[in-house]
Design a protein around this ligand. Structure first.
Ligand SMILES: O=c1ccn([C@@H]2O[C@H](COP(=O)(O)O)[C@@H](O)[C@H]2O)c(=O)[nH]1
Length: 278
């Protein structure tokens, strides 16, 4: 039986470091790489990133939207990205941000977290807007299969502030409430649980308390969205060992040469290690 996602992630980060790289085939990047826009271009782009980084990073994060845009041909490329990244030793966090009523959530769970699903990833992102409880089928199936989920708590985009800082019925801000719900799911799990949260690297320091989380924190927003490695230190404090700093465009812009992608990853990873000691 596969070990729990928390244990698998902790081991991967110990070996390869915490920096997660996103595979976001923006049309503008496909053009910058002189590939044009087609399913073949999508495949060339995505598989170049896999070739460059799947043997080096703990976690790759394909952004599903950019693959879905090409219909079934794009989904076929996404399947290949997931399979080959995992074969090269990277864990795959599929950024699909799914969320629905429980019975439909169960179908999403089967699509991405079941052993035999063509798009099965090591973890997926999920949205708690229909209530944290509605995510139970995904949280349950993930645990059963040694996989994980990352729940949006406080996103990196400026539009998220009003909703995520508003006060929930519990009396806490919505973002903090989600962190606390995830903490409950992770209670007593060693070395940490399989329910992570997403907290943007762009949010103000001190807004969220992660002390009880006992799970991973995905921190997007580095680089293209303006956050710096230095921001992470103030923002996450003692929770830093659980943080997975994440960047997509900052690395992808350096392509198409495999070596340039690897150099960009190494530069940011070194900066994280030097400044944060993680
Ligand atoms: O709060 C969030 C949640 C997810 N994302 C995703 O991460 C990447 C960021 O890409 P960059 O090029 O490094 O800006 C992208 O796929 C987003 O959908 C996020 O940015 N913020």
């Amino acid at each position: 039986m596969r070990a729990g996602f928390g244990a698998r992630l902790a081991e991967a980060v110990r070996r390869r470091g915490p920096l997660c790289v996103g595979i976001d085939p923006h049309p503008s990047l496909l053009h910058a790489w002189e590939l044009g826009e087609s399913p073949q271009a999508l495949e060339r782009f995505a598989m170049t990133v896999v070739e460059a980084l799947a043997g080096r990073v703990a976690l790759l994060k394909p952004q599903s939207a950019f693959f879905e845009a090409y219909g079934s041909a794009g989904i076929a490329v996404l399947e290949k990205v997931i399979t080959e990244s995992r074969q090269a030793g990277a864990l795959v966090l599929l950024d699909v941000k799914r969320g629905d009523i429980g019975s439909t959530m169960a179908a999403y769970a089967m699509a991405y977290l079941d052993e035999h699903a063509p798009l099965a990833a090591d973890a997926i992102t999920v949205s708690p807007y229909l209530g944290y409880g509605s995510l139970a089928p995904a949280i349950g199936l993930a645990e059963q299969n040694g996989r994980g989920v990352f729940v949006l708590a406080r996103t990196s985009n400026p539009e998220g502030v009003g909703l995520q800082q508003s006060v929930h019925g519990s009396g806490d801000a919505v973002g903090q409430h989600i962190v606390d719900c995830a903490a409950e799911s992770n209670l007593d799990k060693e070395p940490m649980g399989h329910v992570g949260v997403v907290a943007g690297a762009t949010i103000p320091a001190g807004e969220l308390d992660f002390s009880a989380l006992n799970g991973p924190i995905l921190a997007p927003g580095l680089g293209a969205q303006g956050a710096t490695v230095r921001d992470l230190k103030a923002l996450f404090g003692r929770a830093l060992p659980n943080v997975l700093p994440t960047t997509s465009r900052d690395v992808l812009r350096q392509g198409p040469a495999v070596q340039s992608l690897q150099d960009a990853h190494a530069r940011i990873a070194e900066d994280i290690n030097r400044q944060l000691g993680i």
